[in-house]
Design a protein around this ligand. Sequence first.
Ligand code: ATP
Ligand code: MG
Length: 412
Amino acid sequence: MGNCCSGSAKCANASTPLESKVTTTTRSSTSTTMSGSNNDKDPDDGVRSSSNKLDEGSTTTPASLRSLKSFSMSDLRAATKNFGSNSYLGEGGFGCVYKGWIDEATLAPTKAGVGRMVAIKKLKKESFQGHKEWLAEVTYLGQLHHPNLVKLVGYCSDSDHNKLLVYDYMLRGSLENHLFLRRATQPLTWPTRVAVAADVARGMAFLHAQGVIFRDLKSSNVLLDAGYRARLSDFGLARSGPTGDRSHVSTRVVGTRGYAAPEYVATGHLSVKSDVYSFGVVLLELMTGRRALDGSSVTLVEWARPRLGDRRKVIISRIMDTRLGGQYSKKQAQEMAALALRCLHNDPKNRPAMEEDVLPQLEQLVQHNNNKFSSCSSSSMSSSTPPPVHVHTPSSSSSEQRRRHYNKSSRG
Ligand SMILES: Nc1ncnc2c1ncn2[C@@H]1O[C@H](COP(=O)(O)OP(=O)(O)OP(=O)(O)O)[C@@H](O)[C@H]1O
Ligand SMILES: [Mg+2]
């Protein structure tokens, strides 16, 4: 038998709209998932849409499934050594994730070490909400393809109500692990952090251009490939944005505490600017190496805002991740801090747009770092240090390691 998913689940609780907003602490670590209700909640939240570029109409067999491989449960058992503990990668709100192997051409299961590596997410069976999120994931990822979105290879949905998702394997695991599982990885360098921020912004800009709101942007949903290129994962809570002149859609409150925009939590009014707020939180995490929520009563945003509020008084080194060892451009850090503050503006109208505003700014920083790196390496070969080699340890190392780190952190 493989691992059983014993941790608390986002989906189990999220399926029950609550009387008052908020909720359910779902895991021992950072992710506290919210599920609330508001007066004009959307019963088909996430999957249904009236008019959109995407095919979201059907709740049974969306057209998106046609572009994906349909795996049987026995295929996936074979690909993961029966979901054995050696294949276990981690656990999220919807279930456990396992490493597996499939043939490059036929996508049939292969022996470990042969063919293409995949990550297989196995949804907890008992959850109705999990089914909706599974469907949202195949609906969106079956149709949306972009270098900064995780690639969905296929799915399994059988008569025994097994629901699984098969993704391209992302060798370096989640950004969350790199930032917060301190003993497991070497710290990400400053240029890598800037590049990751730009990749995430590119993925978000693409989604917004398609009329899609991601709704669960956080560092655990940013996955890194072998070259530290970032892709967004987890589209279970994604939904269509407003159409026409409307500024927002009204919806149930779901997402993750510490990342969700305040107006969305308060009113259920969701817009692309809700994603921009969450992006601001991820920027702060990249800069500070601190979690959006660390168990203290103060969120990262509440901690950082007064420290960044008045540019004249900001001593940027006071907020920066000590794991950077001072190896960052102060000017870039100031720029990133100013951008984060704009993203975190309380009024969504005053937050910048991903495509027109956030992305160009970050791409400029990346460009600058690349130019610097290439001029350094052409003038002195010895200065061209390769990026550090990070080992992707199972994230669920997780509960134990995360809990330990969690206890240590403070918002001093
Ligand atoms: N495509 C993938 N490649 C490699 N590892 C992955 C992949 N997808 C998920 N993982 C690993 O599995 C872990 C659990 O992922 P999952 O998305 O289920 O949970 P989460 O993001 O931590 O929480 P949530 O359910 O709130 O999104 C991740 O942290 C990551 O380490
Ligand atoms: Mg996730």
